[in-house]
Design a protein around this ligand. Sequence first.
Ligand SMILES: [Zn+2]
Length: 342
Amino acid sequence: MKAFYAQEQKRHDPKAFLSSGAAQPNPERPERVERLLAGAASAGCTIERPRNHGLGPVSAVHTPEYLDFLEHIFDRWQRIDGASAEVIPNIHPIARNGSYPASAVGQAGYHIADTACPISGETWQSALWSAWSAAEAAETVMAGAPAAYALCRPPGHHAFADVAGGFCFINNSAVAAQILRRNAARVAILDVDLHHGNGTQGIFYARPDVLTVSLHADPVRFYPFFWGHADERGEGPGLGYNFNLQLPRKSADAAFLETLEIAFQRIRAFSPDALVVALGLDAFEGDPFGGLSVTTPGFSRIGEAIARLGLPSVIVQEGGYLCDALGDNLTAFLTGFGGKAR
Ligand SMILES: [Zn+2]
């Protein structure tokens, strides 16, 4: 299987975020890349650099004002007297029924959901190349490969059309799905990250051509709190095209695989022409977030089960944080999925 990654993706290096009000080291570390590259190589992947895809694939799923914000906010922020080294918002509109702010501080609060997304001078390029890795993987599958892996870092599934959040800036899974739509009438996105893919849900919420299915730790007491519940089913023409499956905290392999079968029923009924797997590895029992208890062999079984859908698949890296088994978990998933055979 081909894998895609560009070294620019490693430059984004956020320092901190707030967790339950306390400043903590930001877990979305550049070192994640080394573990994931090793994991992909162990699964037999050849790692290639994506081409520059321009803004087209990104602007297909994000608003122009948001992309303009992401590209320029760091420089604007630096002109504020006494501003922090990274862009971190401290005020947010609680609803979108007011005016779009002109100031850098106001726009930061408008476009960034939480403190997990500090923006430095490197962030825009890292996020763009991460999206281009997803774009290249999607084009590879469109050209006939049965599957491709995009080592997307920063991750993407918490990014809405015009909001960053949860370590995510550009929604790489959405970028891949939208590219697949050029050839595929229907595309399904299956999100197996520990956290609900709220940004992906938001981008496709009113659309019947992209089915979004997410399995995740129950958001009743877990990020992203406001989304990921069973009664979020889509809206307008998209009603019935969004499906959320919640797992109790600390659920292990058996419960995860059982719930995955429910997701598959919905995906088969949609009869998609292609699949995007939003692959978070943070459901792992040893992940620092500690939400679920999937094992390393469990990721292999999850990969096997998804491959049995028999769909052309773009596998997009989402979460999964520094722990000894991070690379092994990717190897397990990709090997289970088909690894060397593909
Ligand atoms: Zn996650």
